[in-house]
Design a protein around this ligand. Structure first.
Ligand code: HEM
Length: 501
């Protein structure tokens, strides 16, 4: 009887809240309205299809920092910010106080103890060891040769067949396959060969989408709720569990095969000449130098490699997809890039890529407007006050909206929403840098991205090949919508037709 009355009371409360809610006029206000019991959750749910823009509008109106209140007692309060002063403070000046923290590690449990998920000494060892690996000349040569051969032997034949057969292709899908193959070769020495005319089902890709979406929802759901859903195996939590199984199976096979090879001294290193993949590097890493790394532990290797696979596959493919969509909407920029390529790089030579100043501007502009990692999550270890005056404590999540930072008029000027590669070119025609606290796509401070150089190499190489040879047209009426997730991908892909120039 008591439970029955309680249910009626709760139902009535929900009814009142939603009645009031439905009569609220401005979308921006919906997110900002703090309802009894439910906090700002209803606004978040209603605005999910346009969550990135909605957060941008709220932050612009609120002076770039906003306290999002979750349902009562749910511990889902979030301090949202897009203020470069706060960002510099959290990511750099007071870095020691802002960890990933235990909550982050729970939300992103699939990453295990990989570089994205750990703090302190383990992170330092991972950071220093992977920095040494990525900046090694041999690894850089290996990156160029792998990217070029996948481009010529994988991507180009598919584009050619799309031209010949006059069929629609999904560029997002092609870029994901391209980046999965290349990243897997660089990280593990194994080529999954999913970039082929047959386009086989890619379980790994589906698994990444599932865990990325699940992690997004875990930020806003009360912990007990997502844990219950996970235990019951329902909804997006089912995909979280499934994703972990797929990652484990994929990497287990690769790791054990490589161990066998190393045992019999037939290392990948020997078989591809000077090339050296990241897995081999970590299996033989110097533990006197990096005391917290465990090369003989398969779980350790699984975590390291999985983090790098996701870092390389899903970011660059997302960046390329948004880049080509933006160019399809800005044909004059496309023409300028084509002219620049024809004038400055009549024959492809990776050492000439730096000459393509306008192309670099277009890539930066696309990463500013559509950063593949749209949010960054931090937890304070001690209470603190941010430069904007907002107080934070240990129970709070700080979420930096990288998507919003790139669109703040107070940061980028009144044309912040426009795609303008010229923004990145100085008066003397040279490439212009911007502060990493406002151009945040690659993160900033001690945890800034280690793959930035590789990203520009891959994006510019693919862009040159495609723009020089093909005309890409997005099919009429194709709906472009970003998925609410921790990785920015298009809900319906990017369907295009391809013609030869
Ligand atoms: C468009 C391409 C890319 C973007 C937008 C991007 C963005 C980011 C961001 C936002 C972070 C910070 C993540 C966090 O702290 O939670 C990060 C870190 C990192 N990125 Fe990238 N990334 C890209 C490509 C790559 C590539 C190709 C690699 C190499 C395979 C890579 C390797 C890393 C690593 C190792 C870190 C961890 C740094 C640390 O925690 O110390 N990234 N990246």
């Amino acid at each position: 009887m008591v439970i029955g009355l309680l249910e009626i009371l709760i139902a009535f409360l929900f009814f009142l809240v939603f009645q009031g809610f439905l009569h609220h006029k401005k979308t921006r206000r919906h997110l900002a309205t703090n309802w009894p019991v439910l906090g700002m959750l209803p606004g978040l749910l209603v605005n999910l299809p346009r969550i990135y823009d909605c957060i941008t509008e709220v932050l612009e109106a609120a002076g770039m920092t906003y306290h999002f209140k979750g349902p009562w007692l749910s511990r889902t309060d979030i301090l949202l910010t897009a203020d470069p002063a706060n960002i510099q403070y959290v990511l750099s000046s007071n870095f020691v106080n802002y960890h990933k923290g235990l909550e982050f590690q729970e939300i992103f449990e699939f990453l295990g103890d990989g570089i994205f998920n750990v703090d302190s000494e383990l992170w330092e060892d991972m950071r220093n060891s992977s920095h040494a690996m990525f900046s090694h000349q041999e690894f850089q040569k290996f990156s160029v040769s792998t990217t070029l051969s996948k481009l010529k032997q994988g991507l180009v034949p598919i584009l050619e067949s799309a031209v010949e057969e006059n069929i629609i292709v999904d560029l997002q899908d092609l870029f994901q396959r391209f980046l999965f193959d290349t990243t897997s070769i660089l990280m593990t020495g194994y080529d999954p060969k999913c970039l082929s005319i047959e386009r086989p089902k890619v379980e790994f890709g589906e698994a990444v989408d599932g865990v990325a979406d699940g992690s997004f929802y875990r930020h806003a759901k009360p912990v007990f709720l997502w844990k219950l859903q996970n235990w019951l195996g329902v909804g997006v939590e089912k995909k979280m569990t499934r994703g972990i199984v797929v990652f484990d199976q994929f990497l287990e096979k690769i790791i054990s095969a490589r161990r066998e090879e190393l045992k019999s001294h037939r290392t990948h290193h020997d078989s591809v000449g000077e090339a050296m993949d990241v897995l081999t590097y970590y299996m033989t890493v110097d533990t006197t130098k990096y005391k917290h790394l465990k090369p003989s532990n398969d779980k350790f290797l699984r975590d390291v490699i999985l983090n790098f696979l996701i870092a390389g596959r899903d970011t660059v493919s997302s960046a390329l997809t948004w880049f080509f969509w933006l160019l399809s909407k800005n044909p004059e920029a496309m023409t300028k890039i084509r002219q620049e390529i024809n004038n400055k790089m009549p024959k492809f030579d990776p050492t000439d890529l730096d000459k393509l100043v306008y192309l670099r501007g277009a890539v930066c502009e696309s990463l500013r407007l559509y950063p593949p990692v749209p949010f960054n999550h931090k937890s304070p270890t001690k209470p603190d006050v941010l430069p904007s005056g907002h107080r934070v404590d240990e129970d709070m999540k700080i979420v930096i909206s990288t998507y919003a930072v790139g669109r703040m008029r107070s940061v980028w000027g009144d044309d912040a929403e426009d795609f303008r590669p010229e923004r990145w070119i100085s008066d003397s025609g040279k490439s212009k840098e911007e502060s990493s606290y406002k151009f945040l796509a690659f993160n900033a401070g001690p945890r800034s991205c280690l793959g930035k150089k590789l990203t520009f190499l891959q994006m510019k190489t693919v862009a040159v090949e495609i723009i020089r040879n093909y005309d890409i047209k997005v099919i009429e009426g194709h709906k472009i919508q970003p998925v609410p997730s921790v990785l920015l991908r298009m809900q319906h892909g990017l369907k295009v037709t391809v013609t030869k120039i």
